[in-house]
Every structure is written in C-alpha cells, then in structure tokens.
Write a protein that binds this ligand. Sequence first.
Ligand code: GRF
Length: 195
Amino acid sequence: VKVAVLISGTGTNLAALIAYAKEPASCAQIALVISNKSGDVEELRNAARAGIPTRVVDHKLYGSRSEFDCTIDRVLEEFSVELICLAGFMRILSSAFIRKWNGKILNICPSLLPSVKGGNAHKQVLQAGVKVTGCTVHFVLEEANTGAIILQEPVSVNTDDTEETLLERVKEAECRVFPIALQLVASGVVRLGEI
Ligand code: GRF
C-alpha cells in the first residue's frame, strides 16, 4: 500500500515510519513525503537519502486553504498514494479534502484522546495534574481530533516532569505506536467503519 507522510516539524515520527516500512512484513510502502515548510528541511534530505520522493508544498504560497489542499491532492494522485499519515503536520485540512480521503488519513496526537485535545497537550496534562498521558493514532474526520481511535499508548506522568521531558517520552511512544497503527490499516485488519 502506497503511503504519503505529511510533516511540518522535526520528522521523528517520519523516521520511525520509514524504518518500519523497510521491514519485510510491512504492508506499507512510504512512497512520498510532503512538507509544508520550505527552506532547509533536514528530514526531507533524510527521506531523499532513503530513496523516497519528497515535495515541499508551502502553504504561504497559496491564497486559500482549498488551493493548498488541491495542490497536495494533485501530488498524492501523481504518486498513486492510497493512505496518508499526518506525522506532526500542523495545517488543518479542508472538509473537501478530508471527505475525499475518508478513512485513508491517519493522524498522531500527543495525548490520550478524547480527554486532552489541542495544541498544548503536555501543558494541559501538567496543569490538570493527571498521572497518565500518552498518544493516540486516529482516523481524521472533518472535525479535528474526533476521528475513530486506532491505537493508543499510555505514558506515566512523573512528579518532576516538565513539558519538555513529557514531550520527549510521549514522542518515544508515538514512534512505537504510529508504525503499528499504519500496519493495521495498510494490512486491512483495521478500517474506518460506518457511524
Ligand atoms: C508530534 O508530537 C505529534 O504528535 C505532533 O507533532 C509532533 C511531531 O513531531 N502532532 P515530529 O515531527 O514527528 O518529530
């Protein structure tokens, strides 16, 4: 199954997905990496080195969200992509795009949905004083962070944790869970059902 990974950030999850997809048992093949950040993107170089085609689609060059999404969609079609992994992709996709790719978009979230949502998950966790956080891989639906959950991994919150230490430990869990979730979907074991 041909998979595109969309990134905006440091690409830790991307590296984990690429490593997993190289294993003989993997049903997923990373066929394309797209970043919305232009400039010197180290992780795109790493992907290129692994022989994976890379593209930059810079959102700043587009007048609207739908123009940006149409360009992404065109690139996905060009590479015959069948599944999309959002691995720290910080743009919200338009409804039309999400409807078209319904059941085909996986996102990783650095918290246990649905209890903690939003961009500042680790801060919320520390402020609330909860003792367990974690990460969630879910299908993307039109409303952010509401999609069906594919896999989660819990991470204990220690008394001396800071946002940074929590981010690091949750990311380690993300890198374990995302490849497994991708394999579940790519192999057809898990798919988005009717609601
Ligand atoms: C991850 O923590 C992901 O959950 C969040 O963005 C971060 C991306 O990190 N949405 P990286 O680019 O994989 O290092």
